[in-house]
Design a protein around this ligand. Sequence first.
Ligand SMILES: [Zn+2]
Length: 426
Amino acid sequence: MFGAALGLAAPWQVVSVEFDQQVGRLDLGLDFPRGARFACPEQDCAERACAVHDTVDKTWRHLDFFEHQAFLHARVPRVRCAGHGVHLVNVPWARPGSGFTLLFEVAMLTYAKQMPIAPLARMAREHDTRIWRVIEHHVNTARAGMDFSQVADVGMDETSARRGQDYVSIFMDLAERRVMFATEGRDASTVQAFAADLSAHGGEPATQIQRVCCDMSPAFIKGITEHLSCPPVAQDTDPEGTSEPTVGHQPQIVFDRYHVVAKANEGVDTVRRAEAKTRPELKRSRYAWLKNDANLTARQREQLTWLTRPSMHLQTARAARWRDDFNGFYDQPTPAHAEAYLRRWCYGAKRSRLEPIKDFVRLVEAHWDGIVAWQQSRLSNGLLEGTNSLIQAAKRRARGYRSKTKMITIIYLTAGKLPLPQIHTI
Ligand SMILES: [Zn+2]
């Protein structure tokens, strides 16, 4: 019964079953009959029937048997291959060097997608470093085999590992909605690291990326220009003078609308904070001004209705109207309408006599092409939707671990769409 449950194939068989009720553990002994032959473990070796040289005793933790821990034991043969010498064979239920069966590892991976590692380790009654080693192994192996050569649209964003500090930059394949790469920091060098990783996964960083969706931070813009572009080759650098000058490559930058709107919101809040010094009714109204209409609580809606009455004469209310009018840019029916709309909006907003709104106009004008480009591509990082919630969840999963590498591992595990092992029997 245990042999069938483990899905063992010849020559392996269960030869002993010991259940210790006192300690609460099940020990299964596996063995092979005398004279059995095994495949050479070296990659690409065709030798399927090597003679056994000697054996090494090994133990693996397997999935619990009800509430009892279960272990497999076997003497694992070392075989002599004519071409490769003496090597330990691969057993079908575990990967080389692991103290867990594959099924146990797959179970850990499945749980790690759903719960933080510290309680997972307690539940599994294992030290968390052993659990991390399993997760890191499978994530790294699966990532190493990823092919990014077809990725054309990339989203970049930063997230803080802890409140307001320890930034991690995240690079997404927008078509497949998967995280391709994540690294510590939020400067232009993170884009350089992304470009190197893209090369390592079959990509051509200097020419491959067609569009990048990001915020308006100078670091990302600089990184894109330096590491995801190539300048045109001028004719005079060509000694023969015969070939055509090659056109350079520069991805179209599309500024993520949520980040652009967030900047407009910052302008509104700056006006509100300054005005609140003389208008106490503005105190504790921050979220009423910044939330989407649909997300307002009844109390906030009431507060806003009160504060936006014309007789209040609030600068904040005027600033919020300019912000709402700016959002109208995203609702225009065609790119031509949208660009004309934005031009009229800038013209008016510059005369708003609200310094933070005028600052926002300058920001829009300085990033004009990338803001208007949204109308053509409709690209968005969607970080307020699915991916961001996965990343927030990854932070919680890795909570209690200072290393950013662990958080990044969980981001890959949950948002990388990696081909992780799936097993039906051991
Ligand atoms: Zn061999």
